[in-house]
Design a protein. Sequence first.
Length: 247
Amino acid sequence: MPTVTKDNDTGALVLFSGGQDSTVCLVVALDRYSRVETIGFDYGQRHDVEMQCRQRVRSEVARLFPEWAARLGPDHVLDVGSFGAISDTALTSGAEIEMLASGLPSTFVPARNLVFFTYAAALGYRRGLRVLMGGMCETDYSGYPDCRDLTLRALEQAIRLGTEMDFTIETPLMALSKAETWALAERLGGQSFVDLIVEDTHTCYRGMRGLRHDWGYGCGACPACELRARGFTEWQMLRARTQTATR
């Protein structure tokens, strides 16, 4: 069972897609703060099945961990379809997922995280939630420039200046590999939380739920699936070595 490590009266608003990383962030927030709400964005994403997974994940977290259920507040879903319409990427159309001449994958949605955190700040302002949390990572990711810590620190300062409110952007996975994210999930909620991530979250860019792997559902070939699978394998290997060493 989870142990609350910090009972902070400051509320947190988690950018929650229903994927692995944002689900781990949700539980990190529930472990740290006494009041946690979630926000999701419908921007016409190709993998819109993630929107269907969100409520299932929230419900399962509340069912499995009653200590955290009391801290889990409302969910907010914002329709930002116009943003998706102007992006024209492989995540918002049927375009092939490939590397572009820019060196970025075609799944990169320009300024997506900048837009999402700005909307989250507007909602957080009204809801009295000063901590904005997201699952961005620059250690083991697809190269998106708006996932970098430097980008988000600059955005945090801009949001503070633009609202005159002491917002904080927290990215607890920023310096973690995908293997370390799996390990963090196990530390936070044990095997039951790991099982929840495998069964109920969605990360595949192609939105495929028909194929079940050890690490979860997905096509197994898109960048998101490849990162998730590699991280799971590395974590399992590290876990096995640790267990052998302690015998």
